[in-house]
Design a protein around this ligand. Structure first.
Ligand code: DGL
Length: 293
């Protein structure tokens, strides 16, 4: 049974764990949310790398065979540091998210349904763009992720034109549980009006762990503003990349349910309460972990 370590700055990465559980059901997962030091999205590269490396080493020391960096900010700013600090394979969220956008925008949807899930991500990079016009992608992410231009770099490698927009207020709104709230809808309308003044996107990448929880509100606001852009959720693309990294071309069906342990570096009660909505199921126990300041 593979052990998969999943790391995020907080609860948001549970959206990636939620995508992993049905895709690799026979695995044991160790989830670490660095809630004491969240948010990463407004911190410097040096600090983000130090925090992320400490967490990666913890997960490796606890038996992880594969590390999934579910945090967009940690992936965007610290993936090389993390890879250099552990001996196990590391999958981040940025490359799978960009590849998922590429696949969505360049492969006719009729062909997608007949393909195994893990193949969507695995071989997207080899495909030439279907249209001579570069598809346009809008990336919504934290300030640190946007400043790193990690998504723009990955998109340009795939011949996608990328516009990155920082939407940091969405993180605390989701943390507050305001996923269906007038204030969140107002903030989204302001952010997306500004973003759509800069580009006409064919797809919008949810470049932050928290945004899948307001994916419907994002889609609705885009439609209200006249955009037909497709929504790309990095969580599912990352889960497929993790399955591919473990060599699973098809979903294992040995009938064993996935098991998981959760660690948090701050209030375990808050993690259990908020985390259950991110994961879409009850989290029975959360262990408190001290990684220092
Ligand atoms: N997990 C972060 C991300 O995906 C969002 C929260 C934070 O800023 O730490 O970018």
């Amino acid at each position: 049974m593979p052990v998969i370590g999943v790391f995020d700055s907080g609860f948001g990465g549970l959206t990636v764990l939620q995508a992993l559980l049905p895709l690799i059901p026979g695995a044991h997962y160790i989830y670490l949310g660095d809630t004491a030091r969240l948010p990463y999205g407004a911190k410097s590269q040096t600090t983000i790398a130090r925090f992320a490396v400490e967490s990666a080493r913890f997960l490796e020391a606890h038996g992880a065979d594969l590390l999934v960096i579910a945090c967009n900010t940690a992936t965007a700013l610290a993936l090389p540091d993390i890879r250099a600090s552990v001996k196990i394979p590391v999958v981040g969220v940025v490359e799978p998210g960009a590849r998922a956008a590429h696949v969505t925008l360049t492969i006719p949807s009729t062909n997608l349904s007949s393909r195994p899930e893990s193949a969507f991500v695995a071989d997207a990079a080899e495909r030439p763009a279907a249209s001579p016009l570069r598809p346009e992608v809008l990336i919504l992410a934290t300030s640190a992720t946007v400043q790193s231009h990690a998504y723009r770099t990955e998109c340009e490698l795939l011949d996608l034109h990328a516009t990155e927009v920082a939407t940091p207020l969405l993180v605390p709104l989701v943390e507050e549980g305001w996923t269906d709230h007038p204030v969140t809808r107002d903030v989204l309308r302001i952010y997306l009006t500004e973003a759509l003044a800069q580009c006409v996107p064919d797809a919008v990448i949810l470049g932050c762990t928290h945004y899948p929880l307001i994916a419907l509100a994002i889609e609705q606001t885009l439609r209200d503003l006249g955009s037909q852009a497709r929504i790309i959720d990095s969580a599912h693309a990352t889960a497929r990349a993790a399955a591919a990294a473990l060599g699973f071309n098809t979903i294992p069906t040995d009938g064993k349910p996935a098991t998981f342990d959760c660690y948090a570096t701050d209030s375990v009660d808050k993690f259990r309460r908020l985390g259950s909505s991110f994961l879409g199921q009850q989290i029975p126990e959360v262990k408190l972990l001290d990684l220092g300041g």
